[in-house]
Design a protein around this ligand. Sequence first.
Ligand SMILES: Nc1ncnc2c1ncn2[C@@H]1O[C@H](COP(=O)(O)OP(=O)(O)OP(=O)(O)O)[C@@H](O)[C@H]1O
Ligand SMILES: [Mg+2]
Length: 630
Amino acid sequence: MSDRVETLEFQAEARQLLQLMVHSIYSNKDVFLRELISNASDALDKVRLESLVDKDLQVDTTDLHIEIEVDKEARTLTVRDNGIGMSRDEVVGLIGTIAKSGTAELLRSLRESKDAAASQELIGQFGVGFYATFMVADRVTLLTRRAGQAGGTRWESTGEGTYSVETVDDAPQGTSVTLHLKPADAEDNLHDYTAEWTIREIVKRYSDFIAWPIRMTVEKPGEDGATTREEQTLNSMKALWARARDEVDEAEYKEFYRHVAHDWADPLETIHMRGEGTFEYEALLFLPSHAPLDLFSPQGRRGVQLYVKRVFIMDDCDALMPNYLRFVKGVVDAHDLSLNISREILQQDRQIRAVRRRLVKKVLATLKDLSAESYRTFWSEFGAVVKEGLLEDPDNTEALLDLVRAASTHDPAELTTLRDYVERMRDGQTEIYYATGENRATIENSPHLEAFRAKGYEVLILTDPVDEVWVERVGAYDGKTLRSVAKGQVDLETDEEREKAAAERQEYADLLTWMSGALADSVKEVRLSTRLTTSPACVVGDAHDMTPTLEKMYRAMGQEVPRVKRILELNPTHPLVTGLRKAHEQGGDGTALTETAELLYGMALLAEGGDLADPARFTRILADRLARNL
Ligand SMILES: Nc1ncnc2c1ncn2[C@@H]1O[C@H](COP(=O)(O)OP(=O)(O)OP(=O)(O)O)[C@@H](O)[C@H]1O
Ligand SMILES: [Mg+2]
């Protein structure tokens, strides 16, 4: 019986990986338990499958489960399963070596990279698996019996280069892994893994949806003061996403949504999908019915959780959902990833990118198909965020433009689609007109809109900060240029009106030249307007100038942007403007004329909801004028 106990050396690569574990490169040591439970769960899956395929296999599959046991005195933690188990050869092959391809390569890069963050990232491509136990234990014992075989195998190691294997006569079916725990060390994130509460927390966090029961015997104070022991199942096992759609009822979806989204309300819509083929995954996503408070905060939560075969990997997995869909909540369970994968690796993973593309398409298609009523709710809560997609996601511009809803002068309350706007466009109209500003009332009363209103052109009213940017970026819809009513020259006139305007320009030439000089510090030009009917003046930008709102936005974000001078437009039919022209022709008082020019400019700024550069001076001039007229 001399071959019963054997001391063997770990394969070179395994030894190196173990070194990394022993001198732990991870700050999150809790993950060892997730690795053990994941292995146990795989082993249970395998025994069930094998018992179905091989009817003669001598196995007991009546109560497949995982068990956690602690011994506070001995400071041990055992994770036990009654799954497939391993033969002696398998133990040597599977635990003593690393079979995965690319290991040598990985370890070489690990050795070469000196910094810890880079190592974390590299090892994320690879599973740390069973060896993670050596982060928290200085000795690990494994006892296992392969289902259908008589004898068992005992394996033990301190993680230092060698391990022992011993054939034993009797062992229960399955595998138990016993960790002889290192002393707890809070500073090193090494918790007390014999504490019931700690184990509960870790199981809840990482392994709640494992399909097999994870049991633990816990102590409870009994009625007579004595403690009683009771076996409890720690995990809920309810991985809804792994079930077929028609096997899940609405109430279960809702309950699960509340769980992942930490939301008290029901979701607006549920998306349950499955990806098959080379990269398998399941996704259960939800569109919330209301926006969270941190929707616009950079620290806000992003929603989608990543699982690998029902094991929780991370919250807020930004590799799976673009920023502009950050309100989408739920779970993506990808089958073929390492449990240890890092965010950085995920970002670069080709398959993850493909999954993300599919998820985005699915979310956009779902939005398109929402009922009118649901969509109204959705848009009022999340529209401003979705529009960010027009900047971030050029691949989906078309789909996103079809989702856009905007207020419009066409209807005081109902929002319109761009499609409907285009259908209502007047004969000969080639552009889509829009106005941006802080709120509907200011925009509607702004002088920029006067001619459009007088001539019956519909104007979109855009009040979200992001609107300024996306209209510029997108430029056109359905071949029609998106055109700001506050920029460039407006051409809404008939030939007759054009002739009249040319004559007026002659008449006003002197005044305009003088005023352009008098206001040169504030505006780049003073000209006659074709967009005013009732106001005396307005300020407009050149077609490609930055708008004042955008300027403000960039400054608020701490970016230096040059101050853009705009153009002052005068209404040649307004008495204040005709009066000023006459006064100027007659060579009136220079100071009074300049002050009137300043007043005109200031009023134009106020009318569009803008800010005066020197409000005190403006009010003083105005008060003087009013006093003189009393
Ligand atoms: N409880 C167990 N029952 C049966 N076999 C096990 C058990 N634990 C580990 N094994 C075997 O040992 C192998 C190595 O485990 P390890 O956790 O290191 O890697 P893995 O599970 O294959 O991959 P990863 O954990 O990185 O996803 C497993 O593939 C499995 O064959
Ligand atoms: Mg594993």
